[in-house]
Design a protein around this ligand. Structure first.
Ligand SMILES: Nc1ncnc2c1ncn2[C@@H]1O[C@H](COP(=O)(O)OP(=O)(O)OP(=O)(O)O)[C@@H](O)[C@H]1O
Ligand SMILES: [Mg+2]
Length: 259
């Protein structure tokens, strides 16, 4: 089910503003890749081009190619809705549908997808997804209660359950732990380790220890200056990035010396 991702010569624009230039990267199936780099260097922007969420923003466009298991997701014949189902996304802030129950939050994507699915089938998906997101035990007795009644960490795991309910091949996570306490953060990190046996995962994080703990590969993005486009400086095995990076800018960033 997991799929590889290849991006070639991505130039990503908001209107006339070139936000990120010349990104080339390859991501292996069933691996965890961390995107790191200073604020504004384009990590979220690049992430959104990997499932065609970038073009949803008015005036935004992308040049270049993104291949999902060798298929160009920007080909004219490809439906962006299919792409977003195959490449799921978890946003930085937990965004459960506030008036929907926990149950309905989990199956929200599924209902859109199939029109009508049998209740028993939905029940199975809900349990499997909530177990997958490490949330089942905490919520199994209150599935009909609103998702907004959960704690921040539980809401983030609910959003992960919603994302995995449709069985994507790739899971993009944009700072999934930025609002979480250390215990919830560790729960999400454990979860990522479990999920990577089935999914290809890309995680944006500002937490270097987290990148070092969860990922096999790390991509360091940087910005040459204000108003200049962000760039992918280097991508390598996580251990190499943190112990012996090729580029001086990477070393300065990971050791806390900027500029
Ligand atoms: N919707 C938007 N419209 C216009 N410009 C945008 C938009 N979103 C991001 N940008 C610009 O694109 C550049 C990259 O932003 P992006 O959000 O990808 O950075 P980031 O690396 O994710 O930063 P952070 O670590 O703060 O989340 C920035 O200059 C930002 O101002
Ligand atoms: Mg961001």
């Amino acid at each position: 089910m997991a799929q590889s991702i290849e991006a070639h010569d991505l130039n990503i624009y908001y209107g006339k503003f070139l936000a990120v230039s010349e990104v080339n990267l390859t991501i292996a199936p069933r691996s965890v890749t961390a995107f790191i780099g200073p604020s504004g260097c384009g990590k979220s922007t690049v992430l959104r081009t990997l499932n065609r969420m970038h073009e949803v923003i008015a005036g935004a466009r992308v040049e270049g190619t993104v291949l999902l298991d060798g298929e160009d997701i920007y080909d004219n014949r490809v439906d962006p809705v299919d792409v977003r189902r195959t490449v799921g996304m978890v946003f930085q802030r937990p965004n459960p549908f506030p008036t929907m129950s926990i149950y309905d939050n989990v199956v929200a994507g599924l209902k859109l997808q199939n029109g009508r699915t049998k209740k028993a089938d939905l029940d199975t998906v809900v349990e499997r997804s909530l177990r997958g997101a490490n949330l089942w035990e905490e919520v199994k007795d209150r599935l009909a209660k609103p998702g907004s009644g959960l704690s921040g960490g539980q809401q983030q795991r609910l959003c992960i359950a919603r994302a995995i309910a449709v069985e994507p091949a790739v899971l993009l996570m944009d700072e999934p732990c930025s609002a979480l306490d250390p215990i919830s953060t560790l729960a999400i990190e454990d979860l990522i380790q479990q999920l990577k046996t089935k999914y290809t995962i890309v995680i944006v994080t500002h937490n270097m220890q987290q990148a070092a703990r969860v990922s096999e590969r790390t991509a360091f993005f940087n910005l040459a200056g204000i108003g200049r486009p962000g760039q992918l400086v280097e991508m390598d095995d996580t251990q190499t990035i943190f112990s012996n990076p090729s580029d001086r800018r990477t070393e300065d960033y990971i050791s806390g010396r900027f500029g």
